[in-house]
Design a protein. Structure first.
Length: 123
């Protein structure tokens, strides 16, 4: 299978692993939009568009199905269109703010509040 080649030594593997981890640590410190891939702005714009359109489609689809099932056309479609558009705008807001509620975003600047339990125990 290896066609007569000697397998790599474990020390060679350790050296390559260390180099890969060092490169990963260097890249983790900089934000994704600064000095990185020039396509990152395009990917963010596409994600925003997809988030908004998907929420509208899902909301309108649920409204149409409920209207067909309950015979209340077009009222539930209008209500769910409005709910879908609100959900879409909230998703766009989350993406653009980079809040920690979506996958792949880290909230780097905020620390959780510290609760001092000693002050609560005063009676």
């Amino acid at each position: 299978m290896n066609e007569g080649k000697d397998p790599a030594s474990p020390s060679d593997f350790d050296a390559r692993l260390k180099q890969a981890l060092d490169r990963r640590r260097e890249g983790a410190g900089k934000p994704p939009d600064e000095g990185g891939d020039p396509r990152s702005g395009i990917s963010l714009a596409l994600r925003i568009g997809i988030e908004l359109v998907a929420a509208l489609i899902v909301g309108t689809g649920i409204g149409l199905l409920l209207d067909r099932w309950l015979g209340t056309a077009p009222w539930l479609m209008v209500v769910f269109f409005i709910l879908g558009s609100a959900a879409g705008f909230l998703n766009v807001l989350r993406v653009t703010k980079g809040m920690g509620s979506t996958v792949g975003y880290k909230d780097r600047g905020r620390t959780p509040p510290v609760i001092d339990r000693d002050e609560d125990d005063e009676d």
